[in-house]
Design a protein around this ligand. Sequence first.
Ligand code: BG6
Length: 427
Amino acid sequence: MKTKLVIFGITGDLSTRKLLPALAQIISTGDFDDLSVIGVSRRDIDVYELLSSKLGDTSLESRIAGFSMDTSNLDDYKRLKDFINLGDEEQLLLYLSVPPGASSGIVELLGQAGLNMPEAKLLLEKPFGVDVESARQMIDHVGKYYDESQVYRIDHYLAKEMTQNIIAFRGGNALFDHVWNSSAIERIEVVALEEIGIEGRAQFYEQTGALRDVLQGHLMQLLALVLMDVPLGLDWDDAAKMRLDALNSVALADPSRAVRGQYEGYRDEVSNDTSETETFASVNLTSNASQWQGVPILLASGKGMDKKATEVRVHFRKSHESQTNCLIFNIQPHEGIEIELYTKRPGYDHELETQTLSFMYPAEEKLPDAYEQVIVDAIRSRKSLFASSEEVLRAWEILTPVQGYWNSHNDDLKLYKKGSSLDTLIA
Ligand code: BG6
């Protein structure tokens, strides 16, 4: 089907770092000859200059038309509608790659201008609100103009190749299917650590913090993939529903077991001497689902840490003191799956040593970027890798007690040195 993709914020950071390279890659496959792009920005843009300066690749030039408009002016949306001129048998993708506060006003005017026809799909970037109430308002507001089936809420972690592999691995290997429960699994850790700091995003980060930026969305989604049922012959179209079921069983987070930290130097970066915004957050969770009762779950995310590592670690119970079996999904940076095992140390004595069985995608094999998958799935109306409104709300609900506690206390923020390890922060 012929697709017209409108990107609001075509000159912005996300667009130039992720969307345009993803589009160049998708189009280079030759499978999307019916895709054209309209790049919206406030000022006139020179598409060739944008592509050559930001991408160093101008192959997309013939596919992109620039359109300048004031996104607070309804008449400009009517002009945009005429410019798009959607024909029969064509679909429209409206991608809002704009700062968090801007999307609600744009949705309102898109709706008022009639750019919510049944052939339109709305692609929204996180954060989806800042707490359960604001998320609900946002969802209701979008729902005024767009049916839930037209809304594609992007959580790019869901679209990462290794994240999808969690379901594939679980469904494809009976060996693990049999032991995927509390009888065999002792605890679960889902962590996303970054060495980098906030990279100049002071304004965004001050209003966001680690809990909202990464933990509420990305890590909750990863957790849902670990906890959810993977029935025989899982239909990927049911994945969002299965993830939601898993999140519905997760108990509300206990604020007394949550940790927040801030790396030293952060306050200078944001020019706010009294900032309480956390650059590290962790919560301990449990699930009430019968197969997960009693299994502690740790979610942790931080910037300014000792390493870049996004991992899901599944620790198996020991039946002898010396055993330590841990299954690790390395989401990034070295995508793969590892299992730590004990084996006999070669020699005359009966000593054990740990070994790792590992599968890593070869470094030279370039995996599709999450944003390629996002765009392709939206074009093809596949919603399994997008967060439903109910998932978003449930993830906020689980964290509500922690947010409430943090809003009313300010004596528990741990200052940490850049380069700290997870263990020192949660000790
Ligand atoms: C984004 C956050 O959603 O995810 C960033 O806003 C974070 O703060 C980024 O750095 C991490 O994404 P990735 O794909 O590099 O792990």
